[in-house]
Design a protein around this ligand. Structure first.
Ligand code: GLA
Length: 381
């Protein structure tokens, strides 16, 4: 392709602060060194052609018009093409767009909870704004990408993933505040300097935050289990008279009568405190303490927020037993990946123990690999 521009957009791992973004609370994710490459070339007509190659070699192709809109019957919300189409539609609200050819190539395992979807929407918004000559600030790119996912795909996600893949930087984690109109702050997170590795354990259990199929006679659940948790948090906040559940104080736990809403609130309350404590440990490079916080976060997500699953729990338990400083599920849960903070000398032992446990349970081997904090979305050529 001549006059081709290339964008590189990473996936993300969330270190701590899970299920807080849509509750108005902070998270500490970082962009990782596995990414999506987006090549874009302007066309003379109004067509958008997308060719996509996934890490396993699967190829997909989609074509739609630049004026694509949700529910206009051209791209269905269940189709993978809803992500690029949603990104085109969201950016179209900012200014006029040319037709484009887009070639996507990913080293991010799909469905692994590493935000391949945020990489895709942020990548298409960034690359298309670039060829269209639209000046879109990074914070707006993140918000447009979220809009694509919320309003076109129908996945009711928060803003953490899009902020992480937009604002990530090598050797640093991003401190996201979904209610702020400023670009997020960053904190040092230099694993190599501390002889640590951050392992991702991709369970292979696919997670999805799209709508679950309707049970007979009832409406589909928007966003599946994820959407259900979000709705529960909104109910708890409403009962407490709050606009966001992350603002709940300790009194919330006595005021809520419904035990389920109490448990959800307990997670949001304690996780918000864990983020603050984790930021202190990062400032002091106290990784032992950070590890303890990560494992406590997992317990809370497992028992109070109830978004873990057996494969994630086994990965976390085996990692800690094998010598990790701490481990937890990362992302929305119900599958996807766990992370483990591990002294480099123990990385191999941890991986082997996790694999052994999976094998003993008759489960397919998880994919275990180290990641590092890397740069957010940027143009490479
Ligand atoms: C998914 C969503 C995020 C966030 C996490 C849970 O990754 O896309 O917005 O809510 O789950 O922390």
């Amino acid at each position: 392709m001549d006059d081709v521009r290339t964008w590189q957009v990473p996936g993300r791992v969330n270190l701590v602060g899970e299920h807080l973004d849509y509750n108005g609370g902070p998270s500490v994710p970082f962009a990782i060194d596995r990414f999506l490459t987006v090549k874009v070339r302007r066309r003379d007509d109004d067509a958008v052609n997308v060719w996509s190659t996934l890490p396993d070699g699967t190829r997909e192709r989609a074509t739609f018009g630049i004026g694509v809109a949700p529910d206009d019957g051209t791209v269905s919300a269940d189709d993978w093409a809803a992500y690029p189409a949603g990104a085109v539609w969201a950016l179209g609200t900012v200014g006029p767009l040319p037709g484009v050819d887009l070639v996507l190539e990913s080293t991010l395992p799909l469905g692994s909870g590493l935000s391949s979807s945020a990489a895709l929407t942020v990548g298409v918004v960034s690359a298309l704004a670039d060829v269209a000559g639209l000046d879109v600030a990074p914070l707006q790119v993140a918000r447009l990408a979220q809009r694509a996912e919320n309003d076109f795909v129908g996945a009711p996600t928060g803003l953490m993933d899009q902020l992480a893949v937009t604002f990530g930087r090598a050797g640093e984690a991003v401190v996201t505040d979904p209610l702020s109109d400023d670009a997020p702050a960053r904190v040092p997170f230099d694993l190599a300097a501390a002889d640590l590795a951050l392992l991702v354990i991709a369970t292979g259990v696919d997670h999805s935050h799209r709508s679950a199929p309707a049970a007979q006679g009832s409406a589909p659940l928007p966003g599946g289990g994820y959407g259900e948790r979000r709705a529960e948090c909104e109910r708890a906040a409403a009962e407490l008279g709050l606009d966001h559940l992350a603002k709940a104080g300790l009194d919330a736990l006595v005021r809520l009568e419904d035990p389920v809403l109490r448990r959800r609130t307990q997670h949001v309350f304690t996780e918000t405190a864990r983020v603050k404590a984790a930021l202190r440990t990062l400032g002091e490079a106290d990784f032992e303490q950070l590890g303890t916080i990560l494992t406590a976060s997992h317990v809370s997500l497992r028992d109070d927020f109830e978004v873990s699953c057996a494969e994630l729990d086994v990965a976390v338990e085996a990692a800690v037993e094998g010598g990790a400083l701490g481990a937890r599920m990362t992302g929305g849960g119900f599958g996807g990946s766990a992370i483990a903070l591990v002294p480099q000398t123990k990385a191999r032992a941890v991986r082997e123990l996790v694999e052994q446990r999976y094998d003993a349970l008759g489960w397919k081997a998880p994919e275990v690999f180290a990641v590092r904090p890397a740069a957010g979305a940027h143009r490479t050529a």
